[in-house]
Design a protein around this ligand. Structure first.
Ligand SMILES: Nc1ncnc2c1ncn2[C@@H]1O[C@H](COP(=O)(O)OP(=O)(O)OP(=O)(O)O)[C@@H](O)[C@H]1O
Ligand SMILES: [Mg+2]
Length: 375
């Protein structure tokens, strides 16, 4: 017998923007550790998010919404992910099972009489106008006058007197449960299931299997200023429904117009929605914090970089944005490798910094040279 080893097909994990974020990095008492779980600084916002996590765990957050605000690259999306990681699989937010009671008529069929009317055009015969059905239970009997569509269902299920059936009141669906056991002795070649005469009267409620399973969870709407007034109207209502999810919004906008209107409002959100939110603000990073975050990113991306270069990249981040600083890591590493090195040096950064523009610089350039572009 030959046994072959199969090479693992699991690929190395892709390094994404927030791969280094593993949680909120809080202590038991809820205070933030300056550098923990991939998070650097931003202590106040992390602690506030920790309170939100506790509220969600204790199911005290439903119908409330949280808004993360702050400048671009200050960790709003990272915080939302941190919250998600803290909640992990532990969060079972009111797994709501909606069990609907369906109204059914159940009993043994004692009578099954279609009633006809003359069809249009006479000679084409008769049309079933309704069907009279008698249902017997231990408690008594009932006669029902049913729609012709139910007659079709009865025929499909091959219902005949002596069968126990139930008819769903709302949909008219017919189910043949079996043959009433009063006929168990009758000669029958076919395998037949005999069922007892239903106990209660024909009209009863029968619990239906789970019709829908609603598990309201945490809904994260990043860049919420991109939503328009119609979405906000919907969200406002949704937040007040009994099944409201926990909503986390994030935005980096200050005063701006609400999409789809010319109304100017804080964060581009209608004031009545703002009124329903608790707001957590993220603050800009100090150059040292930027350096720490950049070091973390270099580590997860397996990029070697010396202290001096890291400090310089911190300055670049401070001048431009943290994100831009992070983004320069990979091209700098490629440059270093091209030059036969395993570590980014200051020279690589200088070169890459001159090659790539950050958004602010580009915008300034556009403003200065507007006449050279098509607009
Ligand atoms: N305090 C922090 N510690 C560690 N990494 C951070 C921290 N803050 C931000 N980052 C990282 O920096 C990058 C930018 O942060 P993020 O995307 O969360 O910013 P943002 O506030 O959502 O910005 P935007 O408003 O542009 O969406 C991400 O890679 C993020 O993981
Ligand atoms: Mg973001």
């Amino acid at each position: 017998m030959r046994i072959e080893e199969v090479a693992s097909t699991t690929k190395a994990q892709r390094v994404a923007t927030h791969t280094h974020i593993k949680g909120l990095g809080l202590q038991e008492d809820g205070t933030a550790v300056p550098m923990s779980a991939g998070f650097v600084g931003q202590e106040q916002a992390r602690e506030a998010c920790g309170v939100v996590v506790d509220m969600i765990r204790q199911k005290k957050m439903a119908g409330r919404a949280l808004l993360l605000t702050g400048a671009p690259g200050t960790g709003k999306t990272a915080l939302a992910l941190g919250i998600a990681q803290e909640l992990g699989t532990k969060v079972r937010i009111a797994g709501l099972r909606i069990k609907e009671n369906k109204e059914v008529y159940e009993g043994e069929v004692t009578e099954l009489t279609p009633e006809y009317t003359e069809g249009q055009g006479g000679s084409y015969g008769k049309v079933v106008s309704h069907v009279i059905i008698g249902l017997k239970t231990v408690k008594g009997a009932k006669q029902l006058k049913l729609d012709p569509t139910i007659y079709d269902s009865l025929q499909k299920e091959k219902v005949s007197p002596g069968d126990v059936i139930y008819i769903e009141a709302s949909s008219g669906a017919v189910k043949r449960v079996g043959r009433c056991d009063a006929y168990a002795t009758e000669f029958d070649l076919e395998a037949e299931e005999y069922v007892p005469l239903p106990k209660v009267c024909a009209r009863m409620h029968k619990p239906r299997q789970c019709v829908a399973e609603l598990v309201p969870g945490v809904l994260f709407v990043d860049e919420v200023h991109m939503l328009d007034i119609e979405c906000f109207t919907y969200l406002n209502r949704a937040l007040e429904s009994a099944l409201a999810p926990i909503v986390i919004f994030a935005t980096n906008r200050g005063l701006c117009s609400i999409r789809g209107t010319d109304m100017v409002s804080p964060h581009g959100l209608p004031v009545d929605l703002l009124d329903r939110l608790v707001i957590i603000r993220t603050l800009p990073y100090t150059p040292q914090e930027m350096v720490q975050i950049l070091a973390l990113r270099a580590q997860v991306e397996s990029i070697g970089i010396d202290e001096e270069s890291l400090a310089f990249l911190g300055e670049v981040g401070d001048r431009t944005s943290l994100r831009h600083g992070v983004q320069l890591l990979t091209p700098s590493m490629m440059l270093a490798r091209t030059n036969g090195r395993d570590e980014i040096s200051r020279g690589d950064l200088d070169e890459v910094d001159s090659l790539f523009h950050d958004a602010k610089f580009s915008a300034r350039l556009l403003a200065e040279q507007a006449d050279k572009y098509i607009s």
